[in-house]
Design a protein around this ligand. Structure first.
Ligand code: ADP
Ligand code: MG
Length: 307
């Protein structure tokens, strides 16, 4: 059985989501234990992950060194974070394999994700990323990015287009089938558009849960396991009458989605990804916390979304 395991900020940076490298190794080492348990039980695993804190830190470094080094476009920064996080995950997994006497290869695939140049998201960049810039800095940044006014200054605004397909899906599938652990589509993937026969990087952020779902369907994974910092998806989350969802059909979940139970900045994309996954051939999508990952994969914890 093949599973795509999507890791949220919590699994890689710890609860406070700071990009401090010691904390990243610490959190990832814990996550590695869960992954190893899956592997030991015969699962073929492809790991995807977010990159919010890391890309934020890179943008801040660029801001502070603006006068000395040229700015890099966002698609290049996403590639950098894929390498950085891939390295941490590879090392943590290899160390855990050693400790448990497992022999297995791990590889990170720099992953491009095709988006549509005519996606309506490009007409109106809405997602603020990175640090806050002053007036002067913001003017300079406008050469590279769309800048939007916020309360204390300016921030980079990027579009969040829908992923269409994963450029490296075929190689990821082959590697996974050879029982190689693959880390891919980090940070939602590097957004690229097609002009003629050429791929060109664009400045956008693809939602990591939606990119993970695309990848999961394209490599024909059985399970999409989305690991975040809550054990369940809840109805009426945070209210007195909140209610954990244990098992639900895509249709039923979609009904609740339309009722507004899942905000677009957090649980919404996970729910949407889960619905899409099971409607496109996936057997089961699961949303749960990193601590419950194994139990959930066995069907004994978390929110289980069925076709
Ligand atoms: P990640 O970094 O894993 O993608 P997010 O912060 O984007 O995590 O999404 C997880 C968060 O979604 C949880 O911490 C929780 O506060 C929030 N959330 C919003 N609505 C719900 C809901 N209906 N059920 C569960 N969690 C929810
Ligand atoms: Mg998120």
């Amino acid at each position: 059985m093949k599973a795509v395991v999507a890791l949220g900020g919590n699994a890689l940076t710890g609860k406070d989501r700071k990009a401090d490298i010691d904390k990243q190794f610490e959190a990832t080492q814990e996550t590695a234990k869960s992954i190893v348990k899956m592997i030991k039980n015969g699962w073929h695993i492809v790991i995807t992950h977010g990159n919010g804190p890391q890309v934020g830190a890179l943008l801040l470094q660029q801001k502070l060194s603006m006068a000395e080094v040229p700015q890099m476009p966002l698609h290049v920064l996403v590639a950098l974070t894929q390498g950085q996080i891939g390295y941490v995950v590879q090392q943590c997994l290899l160390n855990e394999f050693k400790r448990q006497g497992i022999k297995r290869d791990v590889v990170t695939v720099i992953t491009q994700v095709l988006v549509d140049e005519n996606d309506p998201a490009f007409k109106k960049p809405t997602k603020p990323i990175g640090p806050i810039y002053g007036e002067e800095e913001a003017k300079k940044m406008m050469k590279y990015y769309t800048m939007g006014k916020v309360e204390d200054g300016w921030r980079i605004l990027v579009p969040s287009p829908k992923p269409i397909s994963i450029v490296e899906a075929e190689i990821i599938k082959k590697l996974a089938e050879k029982d190689i652990i693959v880390i891919a589509a980090g940070g939602g993937g590097i957004p690229v558009v097609k002009r003629g026969e050429s791929l060109i990087g664009v400045d956008a952020v693809i939602d990591k849960d939606l990119a993970s779902q695309k990848l999961a369907n394209e490599i024909m994974a059985d399970i999409l396991l989305i690991l975040t910092d809550v054990d369940f998806v809840f109805l009426n989350y945070g209210k007195e009458n909140e209610e954990a969802i244990h098992e639900i059909s895509a249709d039923e979940l979609e009904k609740h989605y339309k009722e507004g139970h899942f905000p677009s900045g957090s649980m919404g994309p996970k729910v949407e990804a889960s619905i899409n996954f099971v409607r496109n051939g996936g057997k089961r999508a699961i949303i749960t916390s990193i601590g419950k990952a194994w139990e959930a994969l066995e069907g004994k914890a978390g929110t289980q979304i069925l076709p």
